[in-house]
Design a protein around this ligand. Structure first.
Ligand code: NDP
Length: 253
């Protein structure tokens, strides 16, 4: 269907080598987009690229640590050069340091803010010229339930993910004139390396998530594919500045 067709489009996805990023990449690839993954772990990326190429699309990897303005600029410019254009940017790379706020070091605070929020700003700015050159584009930023709720062990994570939503709104208003739609996705609890770590560290988390999620299960990375396609496709051309939960009902229960 043309409204959801991404043939000829190129998507750059930070942290697209695993977890939610790869789930979204799979959706975009199935809709016809070529994929450029940015991340640090090349071995993980090789497996992801094989999975994406098996879907019949072109895919490539650019090694980049996105905690730094220069690395974001270099990485995104390389991504735009890889297939000669850039239409879609997914700011998905993220991390967490789970500690009570009074025990956090300044370095831990900055690691989480730099990875989750500041990189999103820098990657968006780095992508802006290429998106304009393509006649417009789509930016999908990954927030969290922590964009809405708090948790004792999540001060920098919640601050960063709340910031991602407000950054999304600001960029949506700034770049609507350029036909660039900027939206955020707020995943519920999704089974990935990140949350396997959380389950190991936070007692009772697994059971609490199951009890609170109306769908009665953890999400899987592939549950994120559909929203990625919608927000990357012409179907969402009048949708901008939103923050859409994909959470099995967690945020309304
Ligand atoms: P994963 O740990 O599986 O994926 C995180 C990805 O981010 C990895 O692929 C990693 O790549 C990349 N990454 C982390 N730091 C950097 C860095 N400095 N430079 C480049 N890449 C980096 O976790 P998820 O898939 O769960 O998380 C993806 C996003 O979704 C994050 O923003 C997370 O906050 C968010 N999220 C996750 C939820 C969940 O329940 N899982 C819920 C809500 C939000 P590499 O291995 O190469 O470093």
């Amino acid at each position: 269907m043309a409204r959801f067709d991404l043939s000829g489009r190129v998507a750059a996805i930070t942290g697209g080598n695993g977890g939610i990023g790869l789930g979204m990449a799979r959706g975009l690839a199935e809709a016809g987009a070529r994929i450029v993954i940015l991340g640090r772990n090349a071995a993980k990326a090789e497996k992801a690229l094989a999975a994406l190429r098996a879907l019949g699309t072109e895919a490539d990897f650019i090694a980049a640590d996105i905690t730094g303005a220069k690395a974001c600029k270099t990485g995104i410019e390389a991504a735009a050069a890889r297939f000669g254009r850039l239409d879609i940017l997914v700011n998905n790379a993220g991390t967490s340091v789970r500690k009570m706020p009074e025990t956090l070091t300044p370095e831990e605070w900055h690691l989480v803010l730099d990875t989750n929020l500041t990189s999103t700003f820098h990657c968006c700015n780095a992508a802006y010229p290429a998106l304009c050159a393509a006649g417009g584009g789509k930016i999908i930023n990954i927030g969290s339930m922590m964009s809405i709720f708090g948790a004792p062990y999540a001060a920098p994570y919640a601050a960063s993910k709340g910031g991602v939503v407000q950054l999304t709104r600001a960029l949506a208003t700034a770049w609507a004139k350029d036909n660039i739609q900027v939206n955020a996705v707020l995943p519920g609890w999704i089974d990935t390396e990140l949350t396997q770590g959380a389950r190991a560290q936070v007692a009772g988390l697994h059971e609490r998530v199951l009890a609170r999620t109306p769908a009665g299960r953890w999400g899987q990375p592939d549950d994120m594919a559909g929203i990625a396609v919608f927000l990357a496709a012409p179907a969402s051309d009048f949708v901008t500045g939103t923050a859409i939960p994909v959470d099995g009902g967690y945020s309304v229960s």
